[in-house]
Design a protein around this ligand. Structure first.
Ligand SMILES: [Cu+2]
Length: 372
């Protein structure tokens, strides 16, 4: 990445972020306008009438303070260049973003990685390659991916499995893969010049080990990693325990990979409204595997129902605990169970608010849990 490309990333990461400045940074302000204009019908319809009047009054009172106004168009209400009331413009932008959710984009991430058996060894193949990745509708960026996916394909095995992973490097610089959280022999740890030579452009390197510990883990580049992981060389590595009674019971599961680098604020490689909602039936228990592959902490806040935190970095906790906001730091994995006891569309987002919402609406690390 040259300086010209790096500069805006720093702006986004360091400056107070608004949706518009974020889009301007990516040169996508015009596309965002199109996005709103084309107004794709969403599965989620939030009618203005569902906004409690008290909330609307409070919001209006904020701008009309000292006027005694209630947002009904009194002379003191700020207007925009076009003469529209500023608060109406803002509400429209918020509504438009919500109506797009979940917006379709190209590129599926974290698809289960197929393997072939060679004797008793599961053989996987990863290719590091350049991919145009659509983060939000119309916003496509060059990413460096494993097998064209960001995050990379999901490797899922069982404790005790023997694996061989062939990594082919199609990038213009060397790389290496570190198996983050897995106990591997030292020479399989994936750190160039400490445990192996770098995987040079055009070459293939073979990792081989027996998977000794279960849990939610990751794989990512460990070479020029600030850039390579930021550009997308990361993925989930999930190890089922041999004895499943170790874990609490659940009906379905989701992996949420949090990131905050070259693609902006993302969950599973997509920014709101292109994030994928979690869905469950009333009464189901879901497992969420959080993984942070970014450079910042992300306190993940689920509305409506508590999270039962039962594992950290693949280790089941001696004392699981309940919370509504779970901080996930870079490199960490946390596993939680949510008992879906209340129907509805529940907002689910990072609670560093500048990663999630601005006056232009929601963006970045926002999704929803839909309980039907
Ligand atoms: Cu965050």
């Amino acid at each position: 990445m040259d300086r010209n490309e790096q500069q805006p990333i720093e702006q986004v990461l360091n400056a107070p972020t608004s949706r518009r400045s974020f889009l301007r940074w990516t040169g996508m302000a015009a596309a965002a306008g199109t996005m709103v204009a084309c107004g794709r019908e969403s599965a989620l319809t939030i009618e203005p009438a569902t906004v409690p009047p008290a909330t609307a009054t409070t919001a209006a009172a904020g701008t009309d303070h000292g006027n005694g106004g209630h947002g009904t168009g009194n002379a003191g209400t700020p207007t925009t260049d076009s003469g529209a009331k500023a608060w109406e413009e803002m509400d429209k932008m918020h509504e438009a973003g919500i109506k797009l959710f979940p917006a379709k984009t190209e590129g599926l991430s974290m698809q289960p990685l197929e393997y072939r058996m060679e004797g008793d060894v599961k053989v996987f193949e990863l290719t590091c390659q350049k991919t145009m990745w659509e983060v939000e509708p119309g916003r496509k960026l060059e990413a460096w991916t494993y097998n064209g996916q960001l995050p990379g394909p999901e490797i899922r095995v069982t404790e005790g499995d023997k694996v061989r992973i062939l990594v082919t490097n199609q990038l213009d610089e060397s790389t290496a893969v570190h198996w983050h959280g897995l106990f591997v022999p030292n020479n399989q740890d994936g750190v160039p010049f400490i445990t192996q030579p770098p995987i040079t452009p055009g070459s293939t390197y073979t990792y081989e080990f027996t998977v000794r510990n279960s849990g939610s883990h990751m794989y990512h580049s460990h070479h020029n990693s600030t850039k390579q992981v930021s550009m997308g060389l990361l993925g989930p590595f999930i190890v089922e325990p041999k004895d499943k009674s170790k874990d609490p019971a659940y009906d379905k599961e989701f992996t949420l990979v949090l990131n905050d680098t070259a693609q902006g604020f993302t969950i599973n490689g997509k920014g709101f409204p292109a994030t994928v909602p979690l869905t469950a039936k009333l009464g189901q228990k879901i497992r969420i595997r959080y993984m942070n592959e970014g450079l910042m902490i992300h306190p993940m806040h689920l509305h409506g129902m508590p999270q039962l935190v039962f594992a950290k970095d693949g280790w089941n906790l001696p004392q699981p605990f309940m919370c509504d906001t779970l901080n996930v730091a870079p490199g960490e994995r946390w596993d939680v169970i949510v008992d879906c006891t209340d129907p509805g569309v529940w907002a689910f987002h990072c609670h560093i608010l500048s990663h999630a919402e601005s006056e232009h609406g929601m963006f970045g690390m926002v999704t929803a849990l839909i309980v039907e």
